[in-house]
Write a protein that binds this ligand. Sequence first.
Ligand SMILES: CC(C)(COP(=O)(O)OP(=O)(O)OC[C@H]1O[C@@H](n2cnc3c(N)ncnc32)[C@H](O)[C@@H]1OP(=O)(O)O)[C@@H](O)C(=O)NCCC(=O)NCCS
Length: 310
Amino acid sequence: MNELLKKAEWMNSDDVRPYVFVRHENEIAQPGSIHRLDWFKNSPIFKDPLDVKEIGFADRIYSIEERAFGPSNMAMPRWVFYDCAVMPGFVAGFAARPKFLSKVVRDILDPKKYPASQSPIKTSKVLKEIESLDEMDWVPLSLFIIIPTMHKGEWVAHNLCSVNSLLPKEEQFYGLGFLSKAFGLWYANVEQCSGMTQWGSPALKLHSHYGHLEVIGAYAPVHSHAKTITYRVQVNTHCWEKFFNKESDLAFLERYGPTGTFIDPKSEDSMMDLQQKIELEQGPYFLSAGEIAQKNLDEKLMIYRLKQQY
Ligand SMILES: CC(C)(COP(=O)(O)OP(=O)(O)OC[C@H]1O[C@@H](n2cnc3c(N)ncnc32)[C@H](O)[C@@H]1OP(=O)(O)O)[C@@H](O)C(=O)NCCC(=O)NCCS
């Protein structure tokens, strides 16, 4: 196993594998051929979301997702998953054999205790309900959705969540959320990835580590959550390593300098200020992954820009 992944020892088990939940037409032609990386040795499990038999797998994904995003009122409606994820894009994550899971994890993923709340499985006469995780071959533990955009080569990261957000620290699979997105980007040969997340979200600790993170929108009143950052990264696997080894990113420090201005996750004014600068094309502006990693979620973040602009 790669030394960097020592903290994610669950990756070592043959009972945990990456999965791709993708319709046949959207399968990736030459997976993992652009980013040179030896992290994902176990071949993925394939699941077809258009296959009715996979409703149980999909419902376990929904069950994690609705609890992870419920508190922020952003649980994904089933039609959004189908119309905006499965049809145009690509869904990936990690899944485990039921026997691999501890009692606590089994409990949190239990289909009887935590059914997917909008699933048709309860009322349908043609679908068979799952009574226990043991009926499943693989149990999903995380979810990452990417969708290709009209801008050639650019994908949008649409959703990321992991069962870790529902578990006590000692039961968590370290790096599960981070590695789910990393696997998806690697597998689908994604070179440019945009995304959206809320200022102050723990997800920013992850999203900032896939490449130098440019802020392309600091305030998004068109979104249901206006205090949303819209970002873009050129995917660079050298940055991924730093998520695990916590080394400083010298290339970032060489290229970008602090502007002396900050985003305060509690201040809409700070978001609007940066948004206006972006709209006036005074950027590009960046955030430092190393700094985000060290800070608490509610702390101010320094805005960086290129040291030399030609
Ligand atoms: C955000 C989320 C995807 C992170 O995935 P995860 O599997 O929990 O996190 P990972 O194990 O990959 O990463 C661990 C790192 O993230 C940090 N982290 C994760 N959740 C955190 C939290 N709630 N507060 C602070 N840091 C957090 C850990 O401290 C750790 O950093 P460290 O190495 O410095 O200790 C997951 O918590 C989640 O599903 N949250 C709810 C949904 C959500 O907000 N999704 C993101 C929307 S864009």
